[in-house]
Write a protein that binds this ligand. Structure first.
Ligand code: ATP
Length: 219
């Protein structure tokens, strides 16, 4: 059975979610208050509707509560984003993901019961900055304010060594949770696993420890 989603707000973020969900084979109802935006998605989304989602009766008449997951991608109009989230919660939508403009917005969204709050611009900024300061950090995913998962390219200092020899956990306090090797992935590598050329280490730890590890081994 196909997954059912609703995307509210068809700016760049909401729009790209609609397109990707369709590529992934999902059914998507795309909604925006602007008819011009909706027209852009008429041939892309499963269904495209012009509506003001701060109006509860509109949400009810569209049968939104029958969808599994609703994404609120209303950007600048924080009031509309909060009101929409509240209405969705009230009508009993099982899963609500909302894009936050700033930390205060995020706080309110969590309080009123958003299941997931995303900060796409902030997160992308963090990822790109990490990639800019180090060519070895290929990707960076924030888990909390202090902890992250990073993808780090192995260098000649690591190649040929086993995890036990490197003793990364004891020395740096970070864990290698997986190793990407070409198209393969070694999940939870054993202590005797030997790092090979072009391996990408997927590590988890505090931001401080990850950066220390990167500094010590790559500079
Ligand atoms: P992006 O950065 O993703 O382009 P943005 O932060 O600039 O987005 P906006 O363009 O402000 O976001 O908002 C996204 C969309 O949300 C707009 O197309 C806007 O018409 C729509 N929108 C705003 N208020 C409502 C509402 N009450 N109901 C439905 N859609 C709305």
């Amino acid at each position: 059975m196909k997954k059912e989603f609703v995307v509210i707000g068809l700016g760049r973020f909401g729009g790209s979610i609609v397109k990707e969900l369709i590529v992934l084979g999902a059914n998507v109802m795309a909604i925006d208050i602007s008819g011009a935006r909706v027209d852009e998605y008429a041939l892309i989304a499963t269904q495209a509707v012009t509506a003001d989602t701060t109006d509860e009766s509109v949400l009810k008449s569209l049968g939104i509560r029958n969808f599994e997951h609703v994404i609120v991608a209303i950007g600048e109009n924080i009031q509309a984003s909060i009101l929409t989230t509240l209405m969705l919660k009230e009508i009993g939508v099982p899963k609500i993901t909302v894009k936050a403009q700033n930390d205060y917005h995020a706080k309110v969204l969590r309080k009123i019961g958003a299941d997931k709050v995303v900060h796409p611009e902030r997160d992308m900024g963090i990822r790109i900055a990490n990639n800019m300061v180090s060519n070895n950090i290929l990707d960076y995913l924030e888990l909390s304010e202090e902890h992250s998962i990073a993808e780090i390219m192995a260098n000649e200092r690591l190649v040929g060594k086993t995890l036990v020899e490197l003793d990364i956990r004891a020395k740096y306090g970070i864990n290698i949770v997986a190793i990407k090797r070409g198209n393969d992935i070694v999940v939870s590598p054993q202590a005797i696993e030997e790092i090979q050329i072009d391996d990408i280490l997927i590590v988890i730890g505090s931001d401080h420890d990850i950066h220390l590890f990167e500094k010590k081994l790559f500079h």
